[in-house]
Design a protein around this ligand. Structure first.
Ligand code: FES
Length: 145
């Protein structure tokens, strides 16, 4: 039988702790990434839900709020006090596009597809514009769909 020295035991313990730390960090990073991509339940409509509303105060001027419409990611953008509702699914191969307020563009991280604030293709491989959603401001709420 192999003798285990104190040094070996210490090394194994440290390696195990490092492994646990890496695993925990990976799980937490993955969770944070999923929370970033998928919106909160409050604005997440289940499949079949085509009408979503949320308080207007949740949408800053120049910002975008991510929601789910019919189970699919969409973004509501407020720019110059006007509201825009767009699918966030790139029409090229389906990656999730992100809003870049400083450029007033949506950019796909996968192959650099570029869309304007109306969803029109400005560059890259996307073959079609982003589908849009009807967005209205009713009282203190934003109603989509
Ligand atoms: S998936 Fe968006 S540009 Fe290719």
């Amino acid at each position: 039988m192999e003798d285990i020295t104190r040094r070996d035991l210490l090394h194994k313990t440290i390696n195990s702790l490092i492994g646990l730390w890496v695993a925990a960090t990976s799980v937490l990073s993955g969770y944070a990434g999923i929370r970033y991509i998928w919106p909160t339940e409050k604005t997440a409509g289940p499949p079949g839900e085509k009408k979503i509303s949320f308080p207007i105060v949740e949408l800053q001027e120049g910002g975008m709020k991510k929601i789910l419409i019919d189970g699919k990611p969409a973004g509501i953008i407020r720019h110059n006090s006007k509201l825009y509702g767009l699918s966030l699914i790139c029409t090229h191969l389906g990656c999730i596009v992100s809003w870049h307020p400083e450029e007033k563009r949506l950019i796909c991280p996968c192959h650099a597809g570029i869309y304007d604030i109306n969803g029109a293709v400005l560059g890259g491989p996307p073959p079609r514009p982003l589908p849009s959603y009807e967005v209205r401001e009713i009282g203190d709420k934003v109603v989509v769909g």
